[in-house]
Design a protein around this ligand. Structure first.
Ligand SMILES: Nc1ncnc2c1ncn2[C@@H]1O[C@H](COP(=O)(O)OP(=O)(O)OP(=O)(O)O)[C@@H](O)[C@H]1O
Ligand SMILES: [Mg+2]
Length: 377
């Protein structure tokens, strides 16, 4: 178990500035998930921590010790790659034993550790097989097993489940959660999968173009995104954004007018803003309601597409206030069809408000302790 601290860490590949002033404080036993668009520098950050890339400037501390120049094997880190990177000519047993043998561990101890980990990951019947004789999920478990036997202080996972089918992903996701509970180790995990990020993380780090945009628990990020980037990145389908103007500034409630449409209230503190300032109203697809009042256009909006997924429905409409079609998500099934008109409401407690630069105004709802996510009958 170990804490990992990054202080103003930068990485440049020649002229390409990939990692920018990253400050992170990862506590012992944390499960930290890095998310962000492709190319934003997630893998680079993992590789900097592992020692597979040199840090251009800044400091990396593991267990209080500056590790910038420490060779990778001495950092106490185990890394699991998306590609698994198993040795194809070695058996499962040898793949798992190799790192310990390199470290000159006594053969008896190597054997005990490999068998113990293999049992925990249900790999014992497969120990004599080669990687090519295994399924994707089994190879994945070998890659994890190979990392575990060395008892690293910190685990780094780079999209470890992205090659697996949906049901195996769920199974492996739960295995990784159990592994974290059992070992209590510090884990740093990269994924593009919203469900993995929300369910596994104690802390999510949202990255954009090499910078940290926000760090927080999954629900903090969902309930209180700091800006439109995080608001649009956490949650699926993503939050809707509509352009508006501030009509009345307030401490607990701000009155805004959706452009050329209705006035609505948003439970946010807009002190410091001025009447007439442009702003952006954000609302998640699951928080739009059908109702009497129309939050956007007189006479209702016309739904252009209705997607029935069985357990839920996604409905879309176009409006000049939003660059993308606005999406509504409802539980269950619907008789609404494409072409139907409906009035919609934006409940004030569920709206988010951002200034013209995309920075969030503080919401007046308390987040987890208010009935934000509780559906009342
Ligand atoms: N060795 C290198 N030399 C030059 N540029 C590099 C090198 N490695 C990575 N980059 C660049 O750094 C940026 C970040 O890459 P990185 O692999 O960290 O992204 P990522 O967030 O992991 O993306 P993905 O989600 O697609 O895996 C990219 O623009 C990439 O082209
Ligand atoms: Mg990557």
């Amino acid at each position: 178990m170990a804490e990992v601290i990054l202080k103003k860490v930068n990485k440049k590949f020649g002229k390409v500035h990939v990692t920018k002033d990253v400050d992170l404080n990862i506590q012992s036993g944390d499960f930290v998930v890095f998310v962000g668009p492709s190319g934003c520098g997630k893998s680079t950050l993992l590789r900097l921590i592992a020692g597979l890339e040199d840090i251009t400037s800044g400091e990396l501390l593991i267990e209080g010790e500056v590790c910038n120049d420490l060779p990778p094997p001495e950092r106490g880190i185990g890394m699991v790659f998306q590609s698994y990177a198993l040795y194809p000519h070695m058996t499962v047993y040898d793949n798992m034993a190799f790192g310990l043998q390199l470290a000159k561990t006594a053969p008896k101890t190597v054997d005990e550790k490999v068998r113990e980990v293999a049992a925990a990951l249900q790999l014992d019947p497969l120990l004599e097989r080669k990687p090519k004789e295994l399924s994707g999920g089994q190879r994945q478990r070998v890659a994890i097993g190979r990392a575990i036997v060395r008892e690293p202080k910190v685990f780094l996972f780079d999209e470890p489940l992205s090659n697996l089918d949906a049901s195996l992903r769920v199974q492996m996701r739960m295995e990784i959660a159990r592994l974290h509970d059992r070992l209590g180790a510090t884990m740093i995990y990269v994924t593009h999968d919203q469900v993995e990020a929300m369910t596994l993380a104690t802390k999510i780090v949202v990255l954009d173009a090499g910078r940290v945009e926000q760090v927080g628990s999954p629900l903090e990020l969902y309930n209180h995104p700091a800006n439109t980037f995080v608001a649009g990145f956490i949650g699926s389908p993503k939050m809707n954004f509509l352009t508006a103007d501030i009509v009345e500034v307030g401490e607990f409630t701000t009155q805004v007018q959706i452009h050329r449409g209705q006035e609505i209230s948003v439970a946010a503190n807009s002190i410091g803003a001025s009447v007439g300032d442009p702003c952006v109203v954000g609302i998640r697809p699951e928080h739009i309601r059908f109702g009497e009042k129309d939050a956007i256009q007189e006479g209702g909006v016309e739904l252009s597409v209705v997607e029935q997924l069985g357990n839920e429905c996604l409905m879309y409409f176009n409006t000049p206030q939003s660059a993308d079609p606005v999406v509504i998500r409802i539980e269950g099934q619907t008789t609404i069809r494409a072409g139907d008109k409906r009035c919609i409401e934006f409940p004030e407690d569920y709206c988010h408000l951002f200034d013209r630069d995309g920075k969030a105004f503080k919401r007046s709802v308390v987040g987890e302790t208010t009935p934000l996510l509780v559906v009342t009958p």
